[in-house]
Design a protein around this ligand. Structure first.
Ligand code: SF4
Ligand SMILES: [Zn+2]
Length: 144
């Protein structure tokens, strides 16, 4: 995708102007999608807690999903991680591939390059963190 077009696409997704609102409660989501969104939110939360302690953080809210319903609690994120969460939720919710591969094995990774690097860092760090905490249940279905 040419750079200008890609940037415009990214801005349209991140500015949340053209994001379709997903109707209904989180329970209505496909179980795999729900699991992946919960994993994304949890991993980004862990990463932000450890890396952005000094940034202003506030409860993450999305127009498209109820984070509290997905994760069972509110999550606090800095602005940077809130942008990453928004981007990741849009991309995962609109993944065109079926069956969906793990994103790290995707032949056409759909994330904006900036967010692709960011989410890989998040998954690496938070995956390690969860292993150290014995939370292997989160690692069975790693996305990245
Ligand atoms: S990176 Fe690939 S598998 Fe992951 S959401 Fe995008 S298109 Fe789907
Ligand atoms: Zn953060």
């Amino acid at each position: 995708m040419p750079g200008l077009v890609r940037n415009m696409y990214w801005e349209s997704t991140i500015m949340s102007v053209s994001i379709p609102v997903l109707a209904g409660p989180a329970q209505a989501l496909d179980p795999k999608l729900r699991r992946d969104l919960k994993t994304l939110a949890t991993f980004i939360e862990i990463y932000c807690e450890h890396h952005h302690k000094d940034s202003p953080r506030q409860t993450a809210t999305l127009r498209t999903h109820d984070i509290r319903q997905l994760t069972g609690h509110d999550i606090s994120l800095c602005p940077q991680c809130t942008q990453l969460l928004t981007h990741a939720f849009v991309k995962r919710s609109h993944c065109p591939l079926s069956p969906k591969p793990a994103c790290k094995h995707c032949p056409a990774h759909c994330y904006h390059p900036r967010f692709r690097v960011a989410i890989q860092n998040v998954m690496r760090f938070s995956g390690r963190n969860l292993i150290l905490r014995g939370r292997l249940d989160y690692l069975i279905h790693l996305l990245f």
